[in-house]
Ligand binder design. Structure first.
Ligand code: NDP
Length: 570
């Protein structure tokens, strides 16, 4: 072993120690959070953006396709269904408009970290070029609304309504749905389009309900309290729990506006530079129809120069698997050390800079990109409370109590994230034979392509486990939408009332997911977070498909090309 490798090994050792520290404090994995906002937590279940609920008569009707959720999943699939002549499409949505994530997340500074020309879907169809390299939340929400208008999705949509039960009726071969507004709707096809990160969660902290000040989750930002430009925070002492992607975007604005801001950190995020700029109108003018699809195609299948091909083939032949892993790990550590150096450069106070350094491999947690987050800690009114992996464990009437110090707050903001990729989040899905989907999944998620599950005919799942989301979420949701539209069109063209995956097809896919998950030990080696179920790494099939996006799409193509092999129809 040379000296250089000892350097990398020592850092890896520190990564492992930090992970163990975190796991030691909260060994209970995903159950350290709660999304049950009943009883004393009901104030966290409000919608601050919608108007008062208008009384309305319960709906008792039939539609051909019903979407549970009105975010990008529903919008993208609806567009494809419209192109195939499906007229009867209904979105049922908890919020008061379409948009999903972008309806709820309106915290100050909200923006998307994926380049807008790739992230915002249907740009060709809507003849729209985003305003900036990275789109901000309001522009994305407006784009969602434009899609809904273009494809006439508002006509049948039902907002401020939560689907509570989705039950298969074998005699009618229809889904029967009930909602919290007393509706009883029927649908031939149901698409679970409830999103990947939509149900807010709070950390289970002793005394959570006792805090006497104002508080909310970042996805329910109370602008009445803060003021539209946060101007009402001028005389307020504010605390924020969490330093994930949401907090990183919200903290700069809070730091500028609040009298005092306390940032309660458990694990630091990795923060890289955000290269943003307004879209060049000359570039936008030169774009030809079909540009977005071509751009995505190129990103997925980059053309290599002859020299690059030679370099790649040489390295793959000469390197052993161990050498390759070591090379990749060392490069990853180099990147993280660059992130550390950036912190040292940006943050003046040495102890604060040290506390902001993330000690884990790049991509163990969602990487963040921001130019103003780190400098916020140079402000005299912004205070980092580094809990060194422990997290906040107690809240009193006055605010968080940590390490013997009571933090007296006017406002406490929870930036503690969302439940991850659950299907039917507010809803009980009961399939053939009365089997609840949650009970079926009890011994492990079972799907075909992450989209179909045997025993749930005419039900399609979007954004759920066992699909690949490696490239860009909206792109994959678009591909899932194309696939679902294809399945529905196939059933309609062949006069089939139902389409259900075969048990063999489902078993094949579960095994394919397991085989590809086994390729990496990253889950085990990573510091806990939602990417690895907060350290519950033994959940082998309850995750995304790790075989790569290109292979996932090839499998999807193959399934579409041999429908009779993968599905039963009636
Ligand atoms: P995350 O789940 O990423 O972050 C939750 C935060 O809460 C973590 O920092 C976590 O710490 C912290 N936390 C949990 N419990 C405690 C506790 N007891 N004490 C102190 N801190 C605690 O949620 P976000 O809302 O930030 O992000 C969710 C996802 O939404 C992102 O990963 C991203 O995919 C998406 N998003 C995308 C954006 C974009 O495109 N820019 C912007 C915002 C969100 P720990 O790390 O230790 O668990």
């Amino acid at each position: 072993m040379n000296i250089d490798q000892a350097y990398y090994d020592a850092i890896k050792q520190k990564f492992a120690e930090q992970r163990d520290l975190r796991l030691g404090y909260r060994p209970e994995g995903t159950t350290q959070f709660t999304s049950d906002f009943s009883g004393g937590l009901s104030k966290y279940a409000v919608d601050p953006y919608g108007s008062e609920l208008e009384p309305r008569d319960p709906i008792d009707d039939f539609v051909e396709v019903l979407f549970i959720g009105g975010g990008f999943s529903a919008l993208l699939t609806s567009a494809r269904l419209r192109e195939r002549g499906v007229e009867s499409i209904r979105i049922v949505e908890r919020g008061a408009d379409v948009g999903g994530t972008w309806y709820w997340n309106r915290y100050p500074g909200v923006a998307c970290d994926v380049v807008s020309y790739d992230y915002l879907p249907l740009l060709d169809e809507l003849d729209y070029v985003p305003k900036d390299h990275y789109a901000k939340g309001p522009e994305i929400l407006a784009h969602c609304q434009a899609i809904a208008r273009k494809y006439d999705l508002y006509d049948l949509a039902v907002f401020q309504t939560t689907v509570t039960s989705t039950r298969w009726n074998e005699d009618e071969k229809l889904w029967h749905l009930e909602t919290d507004r007393g509706d009883r709707m029927k649908a031939r096809f149901v698409i679970c389009a409830n999103g990947t990160l939509s149900k807010p969660k709070l950390a289970r902290i002793d005394g959570l309900e006792s805090f006497a000040g104002h508080s909310f989750h970042t996805s329910q930002w109370d602008y009445d309290y803060t003021g539209a430009s946060l101007e009402k925070l001028e005389d307020k002492v504010v605390g924020i729990i969490g330093t994930g992607a949401t907090a990183v975007q919200a903290i700069p604005g809070l730091g500028e506006s609040a009298k005092e801001l306390y940032v309660f950190q458990r694990t630091p995020s990795s923060i890289d530079i955000r290269e943003d700029w307004p879209t060049d109108p000359n570039w936008a003018r030169r774009l030809k129809p079909g540009w977005q699809a071509k751009r995505r195609e190129q990103a997925l299948n980059p053309t290599l120069t002859e020299e690059q091909k030679v370099i790649r083939s040489a390295s793959s032949r000469e390197e052993s698997r161990e050498e390759k892993i070591r090379r990749q790990e060392n490069a990853n550590i180099d990147y993280m050390m660059r992130i550390h150096r950036r912190i040292e450069k940006e943050v003046k106070d040495e102890a604060t800079a040290e506390a902001l350094k993330p000690w884990y491999m790049f991509m163990c947690k969602r990487p963040c990109f921001h130019n103003d987050y780190l400098p916020s800690f140079n402000r005299s009114n912004v205070h980092l409370v580094d809990t060194q992996g422990k997290g906040i464990t107690q809240i009193t009437e006055q605010g968080p109590l940590f390490d013997g110090r009571q933090y007296q707050l006017d406002l406490l903001i929870y930036a503690t994230g969302f439940e991850v990729q659950k299907t039917g989040i507010y809803n009980r899905i009961v399939g053939t034979g009365g089997l609840d989907l949650n009970d079926k999944y009890d011994t492990g998620v079972r799907t075909l392509l992450g989209v179909h599950s045997v025993g749930y005919p005419n039900l399609f799942i979007m954004g759920g486990y066992q699909a690949s989301f490696q490239f860009n979420l909206t792109y994959i949701l678009g591909m899932q939408g194309d696939h679902i539209a294809e399945c529905i069109a196939y059933a309609r063209e062949h006069d089939h009332q139902t389409i259900d995956a075969t048990p063999d097809a489902e078993e094949w896919w579960v095994q394919e997911v397991i085989a590809n998950r086994g390729k990496t030990t990253r889950n085990e080696e990573c510091t806990p977070g939602y990417y690895n179920f907060e350290g519950e790494h033994q959940r082998r099939q309850d995750g995304n498909y790790n075989g790569g996006v290109t292979r996932y799409l090839a499998h999807m193509d193959n399934v579409q090309g041999s429908m009779a092999e993968h599905f039963t129809f009636s």
